[in-house]
Design a protein. Structure first.
Length: 149
């Protein structure tokens, strides 16, 4: 017995439904299309075609990295439990002495951002989309952790 032919037409989605799925994918970040497929019951291929039609293309667009304020990074590190102690002049705000956790000092942080080829002696700190990014070469990571290849 011959198999029944399908009409070739699947479920149709409204523009509002498509927009909801695409917004979910964008906000979710990496793996968003797979998560949306499971959550909304839409195939990943369909989501991909919607993203292309919307001009999103493949993957997320990369926001430019920007330099980050050193004080902000030290505050974030202190919030994570690293010891950051500053002695400052109360009148001028000038920092007289600064003691930073040796683990952080060992990183040799550069707050200007990566401009070209990475230097094996520097750990670069930048900010993209509100997230602090730390970039270092594999050789630098192995040196800092004491792992010998």
């Amino acid at each position: 017995m011959a198999a029944k032919k399908s009409s070739g037409k699947g479920k149709r989605y409204t523009d509002a439904e498509k927009a909801e799925v695409l917004a979910f994918v964008e906000n979710y970040g990496r793996g968003g299309a797979s998560a949306a497929a499971k959550k909304f019951g839409v195939s990943p291929l369909t989501i991909s075609s919607w993203r292309k039609a919307a001009g999103a293309g493949r993957g997320r667009s990369r926001a430019p990295s920007t330099a980050i304020d050193r004080d902000e990074v030290l505050r974030l590190l202190a919030d994570k439990g690293f010891k950051v102690v500053r002695l400052a002049n109360a009148l001028t705000g000038e920092i007289l002495e600064e003691k930073i956790d040796p683990k952080v000092e060992k990183l040799g942080l550069d707050f200007g951002g990566l401009k070209g080829k990475a230097d094996d002696s520097v750990t670069y700190v930048t900010q993209t989309r509100g997230q602090v990014l730390v970039t270092l070469t594999l050789d630098r990571l192995l040196t800092i952790t004491g792992i010998k290849p």
